[in-house]
Design a protein around this ligand. Structure first.
Ligand SMILES: Nc1ncnc2c1ncn2[C@@H]1O[C@H](COP(=O)(O)OP(=O)(O)OP(=O)(O)O)[C@@H](O)[C@H]1O
Ligand SMILES: [Mg+2]
Length: 411
């Protein structure tokens, strides 16, 4: 029998909000709806204005609903921002029953023990992802249910975020009458869209360079080991161009995309471009090299910071598959060459892998990596952090209404 369901992902980025509707048929995702709106109300990946963020989300959701001809009622939403931290931990339980056969309940118990750690105040767990199970010393197990053993261990990757940042995002979506199935860390989502399983197995760094944030993650042995969000990305490059060339921000954005490059040495002195002046109609001639000289140091700073994070976490020498770049900024000319020369590792731009169909010309762009990844997450998730919080909250509203109804009508 064909198994079919609809899943929806919303990527609330700093520059745009994308809603994707996917029809999942036997594990293959067919994109049947897309909505995209300009994002207002976010700074560096974090909601700073609930009203404006809500209206950006509403616009993108309505567009996707119209295209897919469905009513969206529950979604997977991406989250980023420098409030995100991650930590690895492990847990152990013993199996004392006579048959010693490991059950779902044992798995739930062991993951729960692995969650018993101190997390920073004012923060909450977003993900608890089991990386591997160990049964009586045998490691590398992905699903221990049904196995026999006396001692069950688990290694988990825990992602935490600021309670305020998470709740503000949740409010923006729920106030629109849309339920949240899960908040998903954006680097985790993007990784599902652009990394191959071979790369993840071998060891790879993923950088999603967006408008307001650069999301860094490291994968090894098929799973995530490290994640970090740094608050520098494409908008900073645009701002530098605005100041450096004395040009309006819209022009700086245009010039960056059309003529920008991360490699100063790749452009000759004689190449000139026309750039608008601030507050005037006249255009001025600027050398492309000058533009590159503004962009290159910012890219260098951004990538250096990202690589330093990987180094500090101890993974710099454990990523033979190199660096994969995604997010809008990964479209910058010369970026992959710049990075491979500077860090002496293989670098490629992320491509959407097999198993995603529909609207191909649109969704092939790295700008959509996070939203496509959210759909994959919805299909493949093995995360243990269920959205108890959101469910409880909804329940309580329903039960309040119910008791009010009882009091009113039944005295
Ligand atoms: N061809 C291009 N060359 C250079 N930069 C580009 C290009 N196309 C898009 N960008 C830049 O990519 C950035 C937007 O990327 P993206 O859509 O991934 O961000 P976002 O998801 O909205 O933001 P974030 O993930 O940081 O919250 C913008 O700064 C934009 O200028
Ligand atoms: Mg993004």
């Amino acid at each position: 029998m064909r198994k079919e369901k609809v899943v929806v992902g919303i990527d609330v980025g700093t520059t745009k909000v994308v809603t994707l509707v996917g029809n999942v048929i036997d594990g293959t995702i067919e994109i049947i709806g897309m909505g995209k709106s300009e994002s207002h109300g976010l700074e560096k990946g974090v909601v700073v204005d609930i009203g404006r963020t809500m209206s950006s989300i509403r616009k993108s959701v309505e567009e996707a609903e119209n295209m897919a001809d469905v009513k969206i009622d529950a979604v997977y939403v991406g989250i980023a921002g420098k409030h995100i931290s991650s930590i690895n931990n492990s847990g152990t339980v013993s199996i004392n029953r006579p048959d010693r056969i490991i059950t779902d309940e044992d798995v739930r118990r062991v993951v729960e023990t692995a969650q018993a750690i101190q997390i920073p105040p004012e923060s909450e767990m977003i993900h608890v992802i089991p990386r591997q199970y160990i049964v009586d010393g045998q490691d590398g197990i992905t699903d221990p249910v049904g196995m026999t053993g006396t001692r069950l261990e688990v290694d988990v990757h825990i992602v935490t975020g600021s309670i305020t940042a998470v709740h503000n995002l949740v409010r923006c979506v729920e106030t629109l009458g849309i339920g949240i199935k899960q908040i998903v860390l954006e680097p985790i989502a993007s990784s599902l869209a652009v990394l191959s399983s071979a790369e993840k197995e071998l060891g790879v760094i993923l950088m999603d360079i967006g408008g307001g944030t650069t999301d860094i993650s490291v994968f090894r042995g098929g799973d995530i080991w490290f994640s970090k969000v740094i608050p520098i990305a494409g908008e900073h490059i645009t701002n530098d161009i605005t100041v450096g060339l004395q040009t309006p921000i819209e022009e700086a954005e245009l010039v960056k995309k059309m003529h920008g490059t991360a490699l100063v040495d790749s452009v000759g002195e004689e190449e000139k471009i026309e750039v608008a002046s601030i507050g005037g109609d006249e255009k001025k001639l600027v050398s492309k090299k000058r533009l590159a000289k503004i962009i290159e140091p910012r890219i260098e700073e951004l990538l250096d910071l990202g690589m330093q994070e990987v180094e500090d976490a101890g993974y710099r020498d454990l990523v033979p598959a190199g660096l994969v770049l995604t997010g809008g900024c990964s479209l910058l000319n010369g970026l992959t060459d710049f990075a491979s020369q500077r860090y002496d590792i293989p670098v490629r731009r992320g491509k959407i892998p097999q198993g995603i169909h529909g609207l191909r010309d649109i969704v092939e762009s790295p700008i959509y990596a996070t939203s496509i990844g959210l759909l994959r997450y919805a299909v493949e998730t093995k995360d243990f952090k269920k959205p108890e919080f959101y469910e409880k909250k909804r329940e309580s509203i329903v039960s309040k209404l119910f008791s009010w109804f009882n009091r009113f009508f039944r005295g």
